[in-house]
Write a protein that binds this ligand. Structure first.
Ligand code: COA
Length: 376
């Protein structure tokens, strides 16, 4: 047996630099930037398409480039009939994240650029994926509810279209502006678990659909994107601000993980929380549902007192999505509708400068021993 020097080991890869990226930087001291632009300020002003363009291409678009890019995504939203039919064949109880994962995987078979990992082909496929992931979610949801998908309206932006494709109504401008901001906050977060999964898959030179399928599968887990659906259940169970302290204290005594709290990188607060909290307050006033944000704030206070843990974006995303009228089962798919831009940007970056991602493991099994009956 070869004697190896004992490798450095960090459980969960905590603190490990696993690659370089020029796309995004998460500042542990509650900051976030995309391609050198601070997310604060940009998230509230830019459309999702502008941020997606920036992530994919490295620079902000000018007005003409943005108009073209917005139109290109919208033109790609329609799904192949067979994919819509596949969603009809799935049991109505299928979780939207499972339907989405299956849909992304199936879409690969309809893309003539599938096995071309060149930069230009990857950008073309990214545009298709951004457009179609949105449709997989909205049409998939309607099909699971026994309803027909609405016809395409390519004149709508991604944010406005997401509302329209769910209930057939074109949203007020303030609503799509809000969803643009939310999409912008969720669009990328460097080497988070789903993006890392996408990069590992892409690093084998598998195609972008394979990578994004891995990413969707990874996003589903409650320690990652699935947390925003779980925190909706938690808030519903708590119900009112005066119950929050006792509820949380009891859960912490039994060592439960509290969804929407804690983060691997942020230790002084999640950069996205202040903007999401503000949207929540605004929505509370607009919808008359002012009970939800005070519950979250109470939980933050108790969590700080008991564990010194900060809230993450998924705590506030739950009431925000609720007040915007989205069913909680779509919370994680909404995250995916935005993060697809980041996933694609990372796959493009990985393929443009690839090296197989293949770490080592620390063997902790039995010492070498003879197989029964083999000579000593
Ligand atoms: N609720 C209760 N305790 C938590 C917690 C949470 N949400 N997050 C972390 N902790 C505790 C851990 O139990 C651990 O305590 P210990 O030292 O007494 O054992 C300590 O804080 C460190 O946590 P750890 O699990 O090492 O952090 P991590 O970096 O491995 O995990 C998360 C990060 C995000 C997975 C974790 O905070 C978590 O599970 N959060 C809930 C899910 C969630 O909201 N995910 C979305 C992230 S954006």
């Amino acid at each position: 047996m070869v004697n190896e020097t004992k490798p450095q080991y960090s459980p969960g890869l905590a603190g490990v630099i696993a690659g370089e990226t020029a796309i995004c930087w998460v500042d542990p001291a509650a900051g976030l930037m995309y391609r050198g632009y601070d997310i604060h300020g940009m998230a509230e002003k830019a459309t999702f398409e502008e941020v997606a363009y920036l992530l994919l291409n490295g620079e902000l678009p000018n007005a003409k480039q943005l108009a073209e890019f917005t139109q290109q995504i919208a033109a790609q939203r329609a799904l192949p009939d067979a994919v819509t039919e596949m969603m009809r064949l799935l049991p109505k109880s299928t979780h939207p994240m499972d339907m989405l994962r299956t849909g992304v995987s199936m879409l690969s078979a309809f893309d003539k650029d599938l096995n071309d990992n060149s930069h230009d082909a990857n950008i073309r496929k990214s545009i298709r994926l951004i457009g179609r992931i949105s449709t997989l979610i909205t049409d998939g949801w309607r099909i699971s509810q026994g309803q027909k998908p609405f016809p395409e309206k390519p004149e709508l932006t991604q944010a406005a279209n997401f509302f329209y494709k769910l209930d057939g109504k074109i949203p007020e401008d303030w609503k799509s502006r809000m969803l643009d901001t939310i999409f912008n906050l969720y669009a990328d977060h460097e080497f988070n678990a789903s993006t890392f999964a996408a990069r590992v898959t892409a690093s084998t030179l598998a195609d972008i659909y394979a990578a994004v399928t891995s990413a969707v599968a990874t996003l589903k887990g409650p320690l990652h994107g699935g947390a925003n659906e779980e925190s909706a259940k938690m808030l519903e169970e708590i119900g009112s601000q005066d119950r929050a302290d006792a509820w949380l204290t009891k859960k912490l005594q039994t060592k439960d993980k509290i969804m929407g709290f804690g983060h691997r990188v942020y230790k002084k607060g999640d950069s996205r929380v202040p903007a999401m909290r503000e949207i929540g307050r605004d929505l509370g006033k607009r919808t008359g549902k002012e009970q939800w944000i005070p519950i979250c704030e109470k939980l933050e206070e108790v969590m700080d007192r008991e564990k010194h843990l900060c809230a993450n974006v998924d705590l506030y995303a739950a009431p925000v999505f609720w007040m915007l009228g989205f069913p909680p089962k779509l919370n994680t798919p909404l995250f995916a509708a935005s993060r697809v831009a980041g996933w694609c940007a990372h796959v493009v970056e990985q393929h443009d400068n690839n090296r197989l991602i293949r770490p080592r493991s620390l063997y902790v099994g039995p010492e070498l021993r003879p197989y029964p009956g083999s000579p000593k």
